[in-house]
Design a protein around this ligand. Structure first.
Ligand SMILES: CC(C)(COP(=O)(O)OP(=O)(O)OC[C@H]1O[C@@H](n2cnc3c(N)ncnc32)[C@H](O)[C@@H]1OP(=O)(O)O)[C@@H](O)C(=O)NCCC(=O)NCCS
Length: 188
């Protein structure tokens, strides 16, 4: 996996956020409910506050000196989990023009490194809408042993919560830090 292109995660600056908004806000998968530029500014501010509190973070993803998308990480509220601790949720948005280029893998690598190396997360979960077939297919191409929550496992409550929150059936995948350490050589 060392041959993969390297993606950098960077704290967003105003110019980059404007570029992302210009190139991304009309996309059906734009992650911000209020698609206006002000809506993005408010959304970014909530992530800044979360970052100050240690609950989460938002980064822009860069490849070849170009901004290609965004990555978020947020601590999952313990009440949504059984006995598990240290669970973080990741989110990825690649700009439409950057999809289908094999960049999901290095973006996810950068996200996992950020979660597991810097934040001491024990689990990283991804919640994907059941009708987002592209994202589900992309996940199957990633080389880590994701566990899919089947509705009876440790992430069942989280899955029900995400489905309620988004108003759509959601699929939850979880990766344990121990499994990532065993399979990923990028952290060395
Ligand atoms: C989900 C998402 C991150 C996946 O990224 P992606 O670029 O679509 O997925 P991949 O990196 O696996 O690339 C998939 C395509 O690139 C092709 N590809 C893979 N490696 C490649 C490479 N090295 N060079 C060129 N093409 C490549 C694959 O053949 C595949 O093509 P296909 O879709 O025609 O079968 C992206 O689609 C996205 O941001 N979607 C909107 C937001 C979203 O849905 N997020 C999910 C919730 S977290």
């Amino acid at each position: 996996m060392n041959q993969e292109p390297r993606v950098r995660l960077v704290t967003p600056g105003a110019r980059t956020l404007k570029t992302l908004w210009q190139l991304g806000h009309a996309d059906p998968y734009w992650p911000i409910p209020d698609c206006s530029q002000d809506g993005m500014a408010r959304w970014v501010n909530t992530w800044r506050a979360a970052s100050l509190c240690g609950w989460g973070g938002l980064w822009t993803a860069w490849y070849n000196r170009q901004v290609i998308g965004m990555v978020t990480l947020s601590r999952v509220e313990p009440a949504l989990l059984g006995n598990l601790e240290g669970v973080w949720e990741g989110g990825t948005f690649l700009l439409p023009a950057q999809r289908g280029r094999g960049l999901n893998l290095p973006v996810k690598q950068a996200m996992l490194r950020r979660a597991f190396a810097s934040r001491q997360a024990r689990w990283l979960v991804l919640a994907i809408s059941a009708d987002n077939l592209r994202a589900l297919a992309a996940l199957t191409r990633l080389p880590w042993p994701w566990q899919r929550e089947d509705g009876t496992g440790p992430f069942a409550r989280l899955q029900r919560y995400k489905s309620w929150q988004t108003g759509k059936p959601m699929v939850v995948f979880a990766l344990a830090r121990a499994h990532w350490l065993a399979t990923d050589d990028m952290q060395h």
